[in-house]
Design a binder for this molecule. Structure first.
Ligand code: GLN
Ligand code: ZN
Length: 768
């Protein structure tokens, strides 16, 4: 039996890589210093796995920015617009130019597109393909890292994004061809690369083929067969380790079992039923090794050794120990680095800490699971098993997690809890009477600029340098100034500005029961950007109001309606580490009830407009279509639970950004928010099509100002967008607002842009 890790976090446990790359971009350090930092991280990662006793340690799992971009460069798939940079700069600067764009030294080239890696919060750089695409090998990185490990006395397993997945992850930049048609040209470049690795002594290569977790059309399916048939033919002695993760092989299982590969990896965390399907399959040959992905690379919980051992034994019984590997479920890239760093974290009780495992601990778990299976059990091993069992038993029964009151409330949820009193058309009439808003009402999405000053207050307050009273005073002043500004320029529905919030999920997590926070639990989101998701460990409920103080303070300053501002249950769920001892849907219902309580309290405090942000609804979609409905049903239901406790006259808004709506528009309509605001300015209102075709009945605010750029849109531009929207939607349903919150913007540009926005709305009102 062997152990295998699919990949290890590369940001460094103290985010060393983030710091070094940002300094390099600011030209504060040179390339050598950055590369030395990178090398140190790689060495530490390898040493850690070697020390733990992992058999198959990956290389090329490291990346200075993104592993897909690394592959793009390795395959020489460099878009035309970077040719000059390529000719004149180092490989490193070309790489960062592709990742981030470049606007200096006479260059002005945009970055490549970035998008989410399957259903994770990691973002990769999307490969670009043209009709007469050529590929050419640049093995520098992969071979370099392989040699680097060799020099440390380590024979690694290089990890490659496999050919079909690489093509599918990309995009055709011209019409008239299908990117899969490029496979024949691409494969020889992979062959060349593999030749070099084999020459250096590599015996096993991990081919990451996570596209097998998706629905694939027949051409993609045959491309898979073609690829592995050719690989096996070309490299008869190479151990081809085929890995997919994040879901079952599903429909592809028979095909995959027929491939001439050495080992097949199963993500048994996401799809535990798969092992029995395979063990019972007549297609299973008598050579194939199964890599059992038992240790969760996507979440923070300690493995349950007892149940993992049962699975391992089941496999061993049928296949024998030589045909079974124990592995992480996917790359550990998606886990925080090291739980040991949380030693002095007062916000993480020991009880909860004892239930957790981060990347470093997960590596040990993989190794221990093998030891527990194969070795004559030493005392220390038995002890480990006992401790693990105790931790898991303790978690199952802990009063710290399980709150009968919360569970009862969820059980008693009735259809009426997710139903507003009257239908939208009735509510709209009531709201028109009470709110008395003009046509084309104007509003913003919630946050106003989080200036360095505002951030410094929070930092100071957290360190004890400001009392609660002093901190509140500063925030009040900022809030009041923001209300005055909105009144002055004539916005119709005001917001308080969200100055008291660090982050739209963390803020609520800190106020809700059932959440804990790490100090160093950073996970890479893209490039140098890392996030530190809260951990939902127990039943979630609200002890006391969370936002009423700030919203009602803001409302007390003005006669115009102020919009209460909340994060929705699906988004809170989606952007946290979630407990694995109950369905996500149940956790989501608990959060929904807590938000519902807040909504009702806001209403009682006199807020007639309340926004429940759900920017993460779409990214929660399962990888396979056939699973969409179940998810959308409970996600929409959760939103409705949170929104339905109010009177008809209370106007519920929701907000989504970065979303494509076409394929989920009926669910969006099902949410039945009185008003939805969305991001549309960059797509010139293209995103509206879905709403138009669907005849979306409720009110809608298509964003008219791209808040991602400091550029100020002119009044005319905004008028044009509004005119376009007015042709598509009933005029009485149109709102005027920016694409998203303004917290990353600065005041001067914000003021101008919003003034243009208000004036554009006024102009349109006159034209009606
Ligand atoms: N209300 C939040 C804000 O304005 C919404 C952020 C988001 O959609 N991501 O910042
Ligand atoms: Zn947004």
């Amino acid at each position: 039996m062997k152990t295998s890790i699919l990949g290890y976090p590369r940001i460094g446990s103290q985010r060393e890589l983030k710091r070094a790359s940002e300094k390099y971009w600011k030209q504060e350090i040179d390339a050598e210093e950055l590369l030395t930092t990178a090398k140190t991280i790689r060495r530490q990662n390898w040493a850690l796995q070697q020390k733990a006793g992992v058999d198959y340690i990956p290389s090329n799992d490291f990346s200075l920015y993104d592993q897909v971009l690394d592959m793009t460069l390795t395959l020489g798939c460099i878009p035309q617009r970077y040719q000059q940079v390529k000719a004149e700069s180092s490989r490193l600067d070309l790489y960062f130019a592709m990742a981030r764009g470049i606007q200096r030294d006479g260059y002005d080239v945009t970055a490549m597109e970035m998008t989410k890696w399957f259903d994770t919060n990691y973002h990769y750089i999307v490969p670009e393909f043209v009709q007469n695409q050529t590929f050419a090998l640049d093995a520098t990185k992969i071979v370099g890292e392989y040699k680097e490990a060799l020099q440390l006395g380590l024979q690694t397993k290089p990890v490659l994004i496999a050919p079909v997945t690489f093509l599918l992850l990309g995009k055709e930049k011209e019409a008239g061809f299908n990117r899969l048609d490029l496979l024949d040209q691409l494969l020889p470049v992979y062959f060349e690369l593999i030749d070099q690795l084999i020459d250096l002594g590599a015996t096993q290569i991990q081919f990451d083929e996570p596209c097998l977790a998706l629905n694939l059309d027949t051409s993609a399916q045959s491309a898979i067969t073609q690829t592995y048939t050719q690989l096996a033919h070309r490299f008869p002695t190479l151990e081809i380790a085929l890995t997919s993760y994040f879901d079952c092989y599903g429909d592809h299982l028979d095909r995959v079992l027929e491939l001439p590969i050495h080992s097949l990896h199963l993500d048994l965390v996401r799809c535990s039923s798969q092992l029995d399907d395979i063990l019972g399959s007549p297609k299973l040959n008598d050579q194939l090794i199964l890599s059992l992905g038992l240790v969760d690379g996507r979440n923070v919980w300690k493995n349950d050794f007892q149940s993992s051992l049962e699975v391992i034994q089941r496999a061993v019984k049928q296949l024998g120990g030589e045909r079974v590997w124990v592995a992480s479920s996917c790359s550990l890239l998606h886990s925080p680095c090291d739980l040991d760093l949380e030693e002095n974290n007062a916000q993480l009780p020991d009880t909860v800490k004892n239930w957790l495992a981060f990347a470093k601990q997960k590596v040990s778990e993989v190794v221990t699971l093998k030891a527990l299976t194969v070795e004559v059990k030493s005392e220390a091993l038995v002890e480990e098993l006992v401790t693990n069992k105790k931790a898991n038993d303790d978690r199952r029964t802990s009063g710290f997690i399980h709150d009968p009151k919360v569970k009862r409330r969820v059980e008693r949820l009735a259809p009426s809890h997710s139903q507003r009193i009257s239908a939208f058309s009735v509510r709209q009439t009531t709201q028109r009477e009470t709110l008395k808003l003009p046509l084309y009402p104007t509003t913003t999405i919630g946050s106003f600029p989080q200036t360095p000053e505002v951030r410094s207050w929070r930092a100071k307050f957290k360190k004890g340098g400001l009392t609660q009273g002093q901190y509140d005073q500063l925030l009040k002043k900022e809030t009041e100034a923001t209300i005055r500004f909105q009144e002055e320029i004539g916005l119709d529905v005001l917001v308080h500005g969200e100055f008291e919030r660090n982050d739209m999920v963390e803020y609520f997590g800190e106020k809700l029961e059932g959440f804990v926070f790490t100090q160093f639990g950073w996970v890479q989101s893209y490039g140098s950007r890392c996030v530190k998701p809260p951990i939902i460990f127990g039943d979630v409920y609200r002890r006391q109001p969370m936002t009423v103080k700030w919203s009602s303070y803001a409302q007390s300053l003005t006669d115009r309606p102020v919009k209460g501002m909340l994060t929705g249950p699906v988004t809170i769920l989606q952007w946290s580490f979630v407990r694995n001892d109950q369905p996500r849907a149940t956790t989501c219902q608990q959060i929904a009830l807590a938000i519902r309580d807040e909504v009702c309290d806001l209403e009682a405090a006199g807020l007639a407009v309340i926004q429940i942000d759900e920017p993460a609804i779409r990214e929660g979609l399962p990888l396979r279509r056939e699973d969409w409905k179940t998810y959308l049903d409970w996600a929409v239901e959760a939103f409705r639970i949170s929104a339905s406790g109010v009177q008809d006259g209370t106007q519920i808004h929701t907000h989504m950004c970065y979303s494509e709506f076409n394929d989920i528009i009926d669910s969006i309509a099902d949410m039945d928010a009185d008003v939805i605001t969305i991001e549309t300015s960059r797509s010139e209102m293209e995103l509206l099509d879905a709403f138009v075709e669907f005849k979306y009945p409720n009110e809608i605010g298509p964003g008219v100002y791209d808040i991602h750029s400091p550029r100020v849109p002119s009044q005319e531009e905004i008028e044009k967008l509004l005119q376009r929207a007015s042709k598509l939607l009933p005029i009485g349903n149109i709102w005027v607002n920016p694409d998203c919150g303004l917290k990353t913007r600065q005041w001067p540009e914000t003021k101008q842009a919003l003034l243009h926005l208000v004036n554009a709305a006024k102009k349109l009102r006159k034209e009606v």
